[in-house]
Design a protein around this ligand. Structure first.
Ligand SMILES: Nc1ncnc2c1ncn2[C@@H]1O[C@H](COP(=O)(O)OP(=O)(O)OP(=O)(O)O)[C@@H](O)[C@H]1O
Length: 357
């Protein structure tokens, strides 16, 4: 499935959007870029809320806009979720959830309310009034309501922007699960690298009203100058299965040959397949598998690339035994002293407390 977008539009004197791209649509596609670069404008064009003259919007084989042809939002079968929830206050949480479902012809329904409430963990909240729900819970209902119209495409405009950091962390695993289990492609606007690395499969980098680059998340994280790295520097994302904790509260993550141990306080609730984000500066390298050391995670890895030093620090890209890319940031001096080179097998050491699930 692809989404073809060709549009040229101006907002006032200062902003011009010009795109001509075919985007693959599988899983979650993030529109990422600085404030004002045109992410929301592009999302509105996809939704049909903005109708630039001469634009072409094609979803799969279906033209949503071309020449005089224009399909309005309600005919595009799109689920929309914005920053602020748009639940109806006079209806209960359940009635809000089912609002679109009941208006969807039965032959078009692909998702069942029970499935969606389980995905979003909102079964116990169905009988509440909207004003009895927290901000994060309301957004979960907004997502559920959008999903229950069985949309062909889900458009999310910074759905977590109005939530505090803690609530964001709580809602993120539900969003990730929904993306993985619903089978509905998602296009999500975000300017948060954290959100993008946890949720997206593909990133559309935007700047000054243009699409600069479209990459898979893995490609976007593999380059040293990735716009997804913020002030904390380079980071890698590992994907794996999180198992139950043993008596010591440590939860194993990933297959035995690339096993990490996570502390229970850093766990995502109710999720098995998950992603963890690791800052490169939290990863050290050793030529041997060290004993008698407090660091719990020792992964055998193969060095794939050593980036040129910046401020006397090098990012070393390593391949784990299960084929994922792990970045370590160490001093240029250490690279030299250890004789590190491409192809060399070493151990990556990561403190459990540095692992964020
Ligand atoms: N209706 C409008 N009339 C005039 N200018 C507009 C209108 N809508 C958006 N703009 C301008 O168009 C530009 C792009 O806005 P847009 O909302 O698409 O950016 P964005 O990347 O989504 O930003 P943010 O991350 O801050 O939401 C901005 O300069 C904005 O001020």
């Amino acid at each position: 499935m692809t989404l073809y977008l060709q549009a040229h539009l101006r907002h006032g004197k200062d902003f011009e959007l010009k795109v001509n791209h075919e985007l693959p649509l599988e899983g979650v596609t993030a529109l990422f870029g600085r404030s004002g670069c045109g992410k929301t404008t592009l999302l509105r064009i996809i939704a049909g809320l903005e109708r630039p003259k001469g634009a072409v919007v094609r979803f799969g084989g279906q033209h949503w806009q071309r020449g005089r042809q224009f399909l309005p939002l309600h005919k595009r079968r799109i689920g929309l979720v914005f920053q602020e929830h748009s639940l109806l206050p006079h209806l209960s949480a359940r009635e809000n959830l089912l609002y679109g479902y009941q208006r969807t012809p039965p032959e078009q329904r692909r998702l069942h309310p029970d499935e969606v409430t389980a995905m979003l963990g909102i079964e116990h909240l169905l009988d509440r009034r909207i004003d009895q729900l927290s901000g994060g819970q309301r957004q979960r209902f907004s997502l559920g309501r959008a999903l229950l119209i069985s949309p062909q495409l889900l458009l999310l405009d910074e759905p977590m922007a109005a939530l505090d950091t803690q609530t964001k962390r709580e809602i993120m695993p539900f969003l990730a699960r929904m993306a993985a289990e619903s089978g509905v492609p998602i296009v999500m606007v975000s300017h948060s690298p954290d959100e993008v690395t946890r949720l997206a499969d593909r990133v559309v980098f935007m700047q000054n009203g243009q699409i600069q680059n479209v990459e898979t998340l893995r490609e976007a994280l593999a380059r040293p100058d990735s716009p997804l790295f913020d002030d904390a520097g380079a980071a890698s994302v590992l994907e794996g299965t999180l198992d139950e904790a043993g008596e010591d509260n440590a939860r194993p993550f990933g297959p035995p040959e690339a096993r990490l141990w996570l502390t229970s306080s850093a766990l995502a609730a109710g999720m098995n397949r998950t992603r963890i984000s690791i800052l490169a500066r939290d990863v050290s390298l050793s030529l041997v598998d060290p004993q008698h050391i407090s660091i719990q995670n020792h992964l055998p890895v193969t060095i794939e690339r050593i980036d040129p030093p910046r401020d006397n620090r090098c990012v070393v890209a390593c391949r784990t035994a299960d084929g994922q890319l792990l970045l370590a940031e160490i001093t240029a001096r250490a690279v030299q002293q250890l004789g590190l080179a491409t192809g060399k097998q070493v151990y990556a050491l990561i403190k459990s407390v540095a692992l964020l699930a």
